[in-house]
Design a protein around this ligand. Structure first.
Ligand SMILES: NC(=O)c1ccc[n+]([C@@H]2O[C@H](COP(=O)([O-])OP(=O)(O)OC[C@H]3O[C@@H](n4cnc5c(N)ncnc54)[C@H](OP(=O)(O)O)[C@@H]3O)[C@@H](O)[C@H]2O)c1
Length: 165
């Protein structure tokens, strides 16, 4: 049975990015992202893929969605719709890793959501996670982390599961 999960870092306004990049770079969140997604298929929009300094991400099947029929990149599985991307996944657990367009389309299919809630707000943000209706989600874990010399903001790792109907 395929499990569709999403992983995202949001600020307290639900923002996820600005000017094509992340809001901030926190090594603790990068490590968490790597641990959660390693070995699984990851699905992303073409803009998110192109924002990575090193790509594709190693140890994971990188599936990139684009409307451009000619787009390709070595080591990447290309898909031209979200449905095609999920069908192309090699692993039972598939992670939706952004960005805003792809999260918005995929959220109704997502059963587990791995949120990093950054305790800050960026007025300059221009990319957002779709609003969450918390009646649809159950919080199954929350881990608080203080800021430190490498991670400039306090944050929580939160896991939400979609409530069964
Ligand atoms: N905080 C986080 O956890 C996180 C995670 C990921 C990304 N981000 C941020 O999110 C921002 C990027 O988000 P974004 O919404 O601008 O871009 P995006 O979702 O990464 O990519 C959008 C592109 O994906 C393709 N696409 C999207 N839906 C499609 C569909 N249904 N069928 C075919 N192709 C489709 C299109 O590519 P073509 O134009 O090639 O057709 C579209 O232009 C950046 O700031 C990034 O840093 C944040």
């Amino acid at each position: 049975m395929r499990s569709i999960q999403a992983i995202v870092a949001i600020d307290e306004n639900g923002a996820i990015g600005r000017q094509g990049d992340l809001l901030c770079h926190m090594p603790a969140d990068m490590k968490h992202f790597k641990e959660v997604t390693m070995g699984h298929s990851i699905v992303m929009g073409r803009k998110t893929f192109e924002s990575f300094p090193r790509r594709p991400l190693p140890g994971r099947q990188n599936i990139v969605i684009t409307r451009n029929a000619d787009w390709q990149y070595p080591g990447v599985t290309v898909a031209h719709s979200l449905e095609e991307a999920i069908a192309a996944a090699d692993t039972d657990t598939v992670f939706i890793i952004g960005g805003a367009q792809v999260y918005a389309e995929a959220l109704p299919l997502v059963g587990v959501l791995h949120l990093t809630l950054i305790h800050a707000r960026w007025a300059s943000a221009d990319a957002f996670f779709p609003p969450l209706n918390m009646e649809e989600w159950e919080e199954v874990s929350r881990e608080h982390h203080a800021s430190d010399h490498r991670n400039a903001y306090e944050f929580d790792f939160i896991t939400l599961k979609r409530r069964s109907l």
